[in-house]
Design a protein around this ligand. Structure first.
Ligand code: TMP
Ligand code: ASP
Length: 237
């Protein structure tokens, strides 16, 4: 790795962050841990961090090639990425193309309905509260984002959806839904942050319907890492 990690900043469920010589840049280390249900379910699988790092690096590079900016600077080695330091906006932005997951649980709609247009949801990023679903107006009222910022976040989220949906469709994968996070860079510009990976997206094999993402871990379906490897294989070919 040609960039030195200086001080440890923060450890999340799947990643660790470190400062570098450059105050604007951060090293992200991808861990081998899986967690679900707000950390209630945990497991370590060797090689998971490497797969997520490679998949996420590739996806951020692809998005950048389509003019969708993120904090990603470059992949440093198997488990490290260099990213821009941003101030994270405490929102989880979920985009859905097909009904499943918490949407079905919450309102009782059937699984697998193809939505006529993508649906966007916001959650307030707070582990203690379990990242509750919120309405946009809460974000504005409580100063988490301005109305203009919400408009920008929605615009980027829909562009990410269109871009990745097409990218994955060509590789026999249906992009069912995903979660994004955003941050503000030193100039105050809103850019995509965190990660885009099988931890944060639902991928279904377009022909078999097999789940190729973290739902295999959440639902104890087994062969979790094989699914991540399959995603890597499809996008790296
Ligand atoms: P959900 O149906 O459980 O709300 O999940 C929607 C999408 O968000 C799905 O692709 C998985 C992703 N997700 C995360 O990335 N982090 C989370 O903490 C949760 C609950 C979901
Ligand atoms: N990311 C959350 C956790 O680790 C939940 C999930 O992805 O299902 O607990």
């Amino acid at each position: 790795m040609d960039v030195e990690k200086k001080d440890f900043i923060y450890e999340g469920k799947a990643k660790r962050m470190f400062t570098t010589e450059n105050p604007e840049l951060i090293v992200v280390e991808y861990k081998d841990s899986f967690t679900a249900f707000n950390g209630m379910k945990k497991e370590t699988m060797e090689g998971k961090g490497e797969l997520n790092n490679k998949i996420c690096s590739k996806l951020f590079e692809y998005l950048a090639s389509k003019d969708i900016e993120s904090h990603f600077v470059r992949q440093l080695d198997n488990v490290h990425q260099l990213v821009k330091r941003v101030k994270i906006i405490p929102l989880e932005v979920i985009v859905r193309n097909i009904t499943t997951g918490s949407l079905c649980k919450r309102i009782g709609v059937k699984e697998g309905i193809v939505l006529s247009r993508p649906l966007i949801e916001f959650s307030y990023k707070d582990d203690e509260l379990g990242d509750p679903l919120i309405i946009e107006d809460y974000a504005v009222q409580f100063g988490w984002a301005t109305e203009e910022e919400i408009t920008k976040i929605k615009d980027i989220s829909f562009r990410v959806n269109k871009t990745l949906k097409e990218f994955f469709a060509k590789r026999g994968v249906t992009l069912v839904d995903f979660k994004l996070e955003f941050g503000k860079d030193s100039a105050g510009k809103i850019i995509l942050a965190d990660e885009v990976s099988p931890d944060t997206c639902r991928f279904w094999d377009s022909s078999t319907g097999d789940h190729l993402d973290k739902d295999r871990f959440r639902k104890d379906l087994g062969t979790v890492l094989d699914a991540y490897r399959e995603i890597w294989k499809r996008i790296s070919e």
